[in-house]
Design a binder for this molecule. Structure first.
Ligand code: ZN
Length: 347
């Protein structure tokens, strides 16, 4: 049995986005209920959360943006920068807490108190840029955690796997000049999907060329194509990079039942990616994984898939992915010749 940490703080519920916003407190209530129903809560190590210090926030964000967010919340404004980034008077403090939660989790893993962790955070982070909010995101929790691993713990190679249906523009832009942090994202084709970045040709700059990997998927891409993309591109990337730590920006909005995008993954896709990623983490970095919640707006899907993910983090059972998980593995070379494979245009 592994020791798995959980960052879940009811103060995250106080980030009030209004009555109709998809990124709402009920998302965390759904996760909490699913973990309780699965009998998992007592087995998890609760990680206490404190606000991140300005030092760590400023490793990713410009001080002027941080101050602008603080002031906007203090002034009682209802959004910052873009209309979908809803805020309330407490948002600034809660965003500091969310970033602090990500730091506490990675620190606990590095200190050996836990093997891995799941962080049920709000607000999410992967769209947040150096100097502005985007797409419901205030501070980039995952990017800040990666900077912490680099600067506090001296890790040389941090791998970020982002499987939210939307490209994590903020995370990519933070690290596209930094070969010490590999950013890999699987998402819906930016021609059709927010935020309009994450094309395959975005691959990093200068000496970090090759440590950004974008895998855009055409609308309605389903489980088998995702599996092929992962096997063809993500697995070799992780094997070649041989990371010291894996951070997962976990969104559950690529699911076929999610209202915000049009990919057609089922629970089985998440299960397969979970098992594959955990097995690779075991192989390369002693199982060091911290998963940070990004999107996912169907509450049933969110609860089910997070529970399944946490169960795997905790028990680590069956990490071997057998053919029976998904049926026979498709032959991607044959599939590529087939007209239906046009859905994976990045080949
Ligand atoms: Zn998303």
């Amino acid at each position: 049995m592994r020791r798995t940490g959980l960052v879940a703080d009811e103060r995250f519920l106080r980030h009030d986005t209004g009555p109709t916003h998809p990124e709402r407190p009920d998302r965390l209530r759904a996760i909490s209920a699913a973990l309780a129903e699965g009998g998992l809560v007592d087995e998890l190590v609760r990680i206490p959360v404190e606000p991140a210090s300005m030092h760590w926030i400023e490793t990713v964000h410009h001080p002027a943006y941080i101050e602008r967010l603080r002031q906007a919340c203090a002034d009682g404004r209802r959004f910052i920068d873009v209309a979908d980034s809803a805020i309330c008077p407490e948002t600034f403090e809660i965003a500091l807490l969310a970033a602090g939660g990500s730091l506490a989790a990675v620190d606990a893993v590095m200190q050996g108190r836990i093997n891995n962790a799941f962080c049920a955070l709000r607000p999410p982070g992967h769209h947040a840029e150096h100097d502005r909010s985007m797409g419901f995101c205030m501070f980039n929790n995952t990017a800040i955690a990666a900077q912490f691993l680099r600067q506090q713990h001296g890790l040389e190679k941090v791998f970020i796997l982002d499987w939210d249906v939307h490209h994590g523009n903020g995370t990519q832009h933070t690290f596209e000049h930094d070969p010490h942090v590999f950013y890999c994202s699987i998402h819906e084709d930016p021609q059709y999907c927010y935020p309009g970045t994450g094309f395959a040709w975005e691959a990093g700059h200068g000496e970090s060329r090759g440590t950004t990997l974008n895998l855009p998927l055409a609308p309605h891409t389903g489980d088998n194509e995702v599996r092929m993309a992962f096997e063809q591109s993500v697995v070799p990337a992780i094997r070649t990079y041989a990371p010291d730590f894996i951070l997962i920006s976990a969104g559950y909005d690529a699911h076929q039942d999610d209202p915000l995008a049009t990919l057609d993954w089922t629970d089985a896709a998440y299960d397969w990616i979970d098992r594959r990623t955990l097995a690779l983490a075991q192989e390369f970095c002693d199982g060091r994984i911290v998963t940070l919640l990004e999107g996912g707006y169907n509450l049933d899907v969110l609860g089910r898939c997070v529970r399944a993910h946490v169960e795997l983090l905790l028990r680590g059972e069956g990490l071997h992915v057998g053919e029976t998980q998904f049926g026979a593995a498709p032959d991607w070379r044959e599939a590529a010749k087939d007209a239906s494979s046009e859905s994976i245009w990045w080949w």
